[in-house]
Design a protein around this ligand. Structure first.
Ligand SMILES: [Zn+2]
Length: 173
């Protein structure tokens, strides 16, 4: 049985494996940088229609923030997959832990949204070392979700999630 990297077990980045990790100092803080690459042979999910496909078209490295690990801020270097969907053409892969084009993981976004209810946005931004605009977008998206399916954005989002496989939409709470 293949050995799973201890950080991968903790991180739970489904569909990805840890290829490298290191600690580096930046502007008075330490960062844990984790390089994630797609697991071979894992079926990928089209972010538009939810269809499963093994066909990876290309990969692009994205820098994604995740929740802090002990005293370190965490940056993921993710080789983000674009699939070649037989229905939609080239689309980003849908991931349970990372929204399309997001710069932070879902769990970090959820923590930010929770803190935004009790703290000023700029304090939340400073607490997590995030850009103020990123925090503002997360806060707005959280409010839209709370307003429920009556808003067009939430409605569109819930429809697109419902077409994905159970595996892909399972979100840690
Ligand atoms: Zn598709």
């Amino acid at each position: 049985m293949a050995q799973v990297h201890p950080i991968a077990r903790l991180g739970g980045w489904e569909g990805y494996e840890v290829r490298a990790q290191w600690i580096e100092p930046r502007a008075g803080r330490t960062w844990c940088v984790i390089r994630l690459e797609p697991v071979r042979g894992y079926e990928r999910c089209c972010s538009r229609c939810g269809r499963l496909t093994p066909a990876i078209h290309d990969l692009e490295e994205r820098r994604i923030r995740d929740l802090p690990l002990f005293e370190h801020w965490v940056e993921l270097r993710v080789l983000r997959v674009r699939v070649e969907c037989s229905t939609c053409g080239l689309k980003l892969e849908r991931l349970a832990w990372l929204a399309a084009y997001a710069r932070v993981t879902r769990r970090l976004a959820e923590s930010v949204a929770r803190l935004c209810k009790v703290m000023a946005l700029r304090h939340v931004a400073r607490y997590f070392g995030l850009d103020w605009k990123t925090v503002k977008e997360i806060d707005r998206a959280g409010l839209l979700r709370e307003l429920g399916p009556s808003t067009s954005t939430a409605s569109r989002s819930s429809r697109s999630m419902s077409s994905c496989s159970t595996r892909a939409i399972a979100r840690p709470r």
